[in-house]
Design a protein around this ligand. Structure first.
Ligand SMILES: Cc1ncc(COP(=O)(O)O)c(C=O)c1O
Length: 439
């Protein structure tokens, strides 16, 4: 289908910016076609440059938990902006936001605000190295922690393989400090610690993986990581940039606590929802670890716009509004949507599996993954071409899905019966497109 005005905007954008985008996935590289240029958004909907309205299942990749342009958030932002955009000094609201976070997450005593999830994980890694005096970091294949050099390392070929750079421009010496292991594999963790005694500063893990499609940790896996780290003098960094305050009031860690899986990460990283759509992210954790950060301790970290008053106002208004009713609505909407999608695909005989982590979910396509996806290697074997066909048919019918099979689908508290029925109406044709798609 023609992108109309979007075509011209994309052509012009490509002359002005690499790939025409400010972040690669927006370019529709993995589904093809012309990205929609958005002009506005309200509630569960986004509106493109042709004036077409779409039910939005991206939600700004997570932050828009209440729905777009929520009146209470807009009012808070407008009030804050009228009092000045940035002071480069402390504000009372920062402390309120830090208290809101530590009030929700019992394991958090101190919070340091930054502007992006990338900065949060980068800072957490530096802090772990500062605390332990060690260099090596362990991450999992298929887990995304932002684009700092040391965390871009992708899948190593086997257990404890020293990773190759996952991006051009990452010095080998830096990539060599990151060891990539398969997810949900306790033996791989035991082996990596056995192979590098006394050298691992931290394990960093998404609280539930949601950047290779949604792959929840196996029961006990996160607790095992915490135990193994602590037995070996390393720190566990639980990356909740995506899951934090979206899947529950205390993030995925809180969901796990409630289901009886108790463990204590040393550091948490947050982003997305805590800024309510403006740039706020954070590293958080126990006082004795966090107080190694400057100015109290020797681990340096700083930011001109960190704790920006307008962004903090958006985050505070969002979190204060995100009460039990909001989380219940997100859970119910997500479950209803999963049921609709599953039924539509089943009617057309499209082999698939829907995986969840709290209210996050994604669809894996094709028979090879029908038994479930525990890790990245399995995730990459899915039939992504079916998703491209499905995606474009949904888009043509006014539903905006993430432009990659490897992304989670995001609902908001504004997705009401009307939004869900618009999605349901689009599903049969999209499921047919997925069924007849060829590689
Ligand atoms: C789990 C996780 N960590 C870190 C990041 C990086 O956050 P940002 O894009 O704000 O730099 C992301 C972004 O999607 C993420 O999903």
């Amino acid at each position: 289908m023609s992108g109309g005005h979007n075509e011209d905007l994309f052509a012009r954008a490509r002359r002005a910016m690499p790939g025409g985008v400010s972040s690669p996935v927006r370019a529709y590289g993995s589904v093809g076609g012309t990205p929609r240029f958005l002009e506005s958004a309200h509630g569960a909907y986004v509106v493109d440059a042709d004036g077409r309205e779409y039910v939005d299942l991206i939600a700004s990749w997570g932050p828009a938990i209440l729905g777009h342009a929520h009146p209470e958030v807009i009012e808070a932002v407008t009030d804050a902006a009228a009092r000045g955009l940035s002071f480069g000094a402390s504000t009372p609201a920062e402390t309120l936001l830090a208290e809101e976070i530590s009030g929700r997450v019992a394991a958090v005593e101190r919070v340091r605000f930054v502007s992006t999830g990338t900065e949060a994980t980068m800072t957490a890694v530096r802090l772990a190295r500062g605390v332990t005096g060690r260099d090596l970091i362990v991450k999992f294949s298929g887990h995304y922690h932002g684009h700092s050099d040391g965390l871009l390392a992708q899948a190593g070929s086997g257990v404890a393989t020293l990773a190759l750079p996952g991006s051009a421009g990452v010095p080998e010496a830096i990539a060599a400090q990151t060891i990539v292991v398969p997810y949900n594999d306790p033996a791989a963790i035991a082996e990596v610690f056995a192979r590098h005694p006394g050298r691992i500063a931290a394990v960093i893990v998404e609280a539930a993986a949601a950047n290779m499609g949604v792959v929840a940790p196996e029961p006990g896996f996160n607790a095992l990581l915490a135990q193994t780290c602590h037995d070996n003098g390393a720190l566990l960094i639980l990356d909740e940039v995506l899951t934090g305050f979206r899947v529950g009031p205390a993030g995925y860690w809180g969901v796990q606590q409630q289901t009886g899986e108790t463990y204590a990460p040393d550091l948490f990283t947050y982003g997305k929802v805590i800024g309510g759509g403006l740039p706020v992210a954070a590293v958080a954790g126990r006082a004795e670890v966090m107080d190694l950060l400057a100015p109290v301790g020797p681990v340096y970290q700083a930011g001109t716009l960190s704790g920006n008053p307008v962004a903090v106002a958006a985050g505070l208004a969002t979190l204060r509004r995100a009460d039990a009713a909001v989380y219940a609505a997100l859970d119910a909407t997500s479950a209803a949507l999963q049921a609709e999608v599953g039924a539509a695909l089943e009617r057309e005989g499209v082999p698939h599996v829907i995986q969840t982590a709290g209210n996050l979910f994604s669809v894996f396509w094709g028979a090879p993954v029908a038994g479930g996806v525990p890790d990245y290697e399995t995730a990459t074997r899915q039939e992504s071409f079916r998703y491209a066909a499905f995606f474009h048919e949904m888009l043509a019918q006014g539903v905006s899905l993430p432009p990659s099979a490897f992304e989670a689908w995001f609902v908001t508290a504004s997705h009401d019966a009307d939004a869900l029925s618009r999605i349901a109406a689009a599903l049969p044709a999209a499921a047919r497109a997925a069924a007849s798609a060829t590689p």
